[in-house]
Design a protein around this ligand. Structure first.
Ligand SMILES: Nc1ncnc2c1ncn2[C@@H]1O[C@H](COP(=O)(O)OP(=O)(O)OP(=O)(O)O)[C@@H](O)[C@H]1O
Length: 282
């Protein structure tokens, strides 16, 4: 087996319910494990390795630590305990507003975001038209970023980040705000990146997207990794644990079967449901 591209060893992240930042006292006593009053584990004793080229889907109900895990891999969050080793650059499609400055124009933001991720001015200039064209924001390049719609912001972010020549791609569910046609373009871009040997980490609540892109799944509950296995096993376990979501899925499948019977849907349209957006963050 080759060296893992990502190694997460016994990682814990603690959050405080009412405080954004830890106090000096907390930092001094940081070595202690366990939580103090008001604290809780965002991630708790998580361990796994990822081989280059693997595509991993992260599942779990709201607030169970999925984004926190992606942020520790992106290096945005430093774990309180344990170690995250990432052997390669990361293209983080997470927290869309993160790398962008509202008062700067779209043009300046493209240069800024791509530059922050190590692209030279020359490289950005060479890719600029393609980035704008992919995002379909030709008429808005000189508009302040803050005046874009949320869908347009996601387009710009995805277009820039997916252009980065990094071996690891992190995708949170931000693409949910994009429209169907743009989502499909993004999915095709992700397919291309995977076929070029990229390693993918994707957070999604959509079985269709998880099984389309990922071969392995990680299931988080209350910050703990409760299952690491083939994506279909992980998805099945997740849906069968979440009673409401399983019911929703069955209802959706019944509706699809009915529509297919009536000739209103081809097999290819099957996955087109509200859930199939991803959440992207830069
Ligand atoms: N910076 C922070 N400070 C305090 N608590 C936080 C912080 N970031 C996340 N949390 C909390 O940690 C828990 C896990 O959050 P996280 O965003 O990782 O969940 P998630 O699984 O991605 O959820 P969702 O599906 O709703 O996006 C939640 O209870 C959240 O409120």
């Amino acid at each position: 087996m080759t060296e893992p591209i990502i190694s997460v060893q016994n990682v814990s992240v603690r959050f405080h319910r009412s405080r954004r930042h830890r106090s000096v006292r907390d930092l001094i006593f940081k070595g202690q494990s366990g939580v103090r009053a008001g604290e809780f584990f965002g991630l708790r004793h998580i361990s796994f390795d990822v081989q280059p080229g693997e595509a991993i889907g992260v599942v779990g109900r709201n607030g169970q630590g999925k984004s926190t895990l992606l942020k520790t891999i992106a290096g945005v969050l430093i774990p309180d305990e344990g170690r995250v080793v990432v052997n390669g650059g990361v293209a983080p499609l997470i927290e869309i507003t993160g790398g962008f400055v509202g008062d700067l124009t779209v043009r300046d933001n493209i240069y800024l975001a791509a530059g922050l991720h190590g692209m030279s001015k020359k490289e950005i200039a060479a890719s600029f038209d393609e980035i704008v064209e992919f995002a379909e924001i030709e008429d808005f390049v000189d508009t302040p970023y803050k005046h874009l719609s949320s869908g347009m912001k996601v387009r710009v972010a995805f277009s820039v980040v997916s252009r980065l020549d990094e071996p690891i791609l992190l995708v949170d569910e931000v693409l949910a705000v994009g429209d169907r046609a743009f989502r499909e373009k993004c999915f095709e871009r992700i397919d291309e990146m995977l076929s070029n040997g990229r390693t993918l980490f994707m957070v999604s609540h959509s079985e269709a997207n998880l099984t389309r892109f990922c071969s392995r799944g990680l299931y988080l509950r209350e910050g703990q990794l409760i299952l690491d296995g083939p994506i279909q096993d992980v998805v099945d376990q997740y849906f069968s644990d979440s009673g409401d979501e399983a019911a929703l899925r069955r209802r959706h499948e019944r509706r699809m079967r009915r529509m297919r019977k009536l000739g209103l849907l081809s097999d290819d349209d099957e996955e087109d449901d509200e859930e199939d957006g991803l959440r992207t963050v830069v």
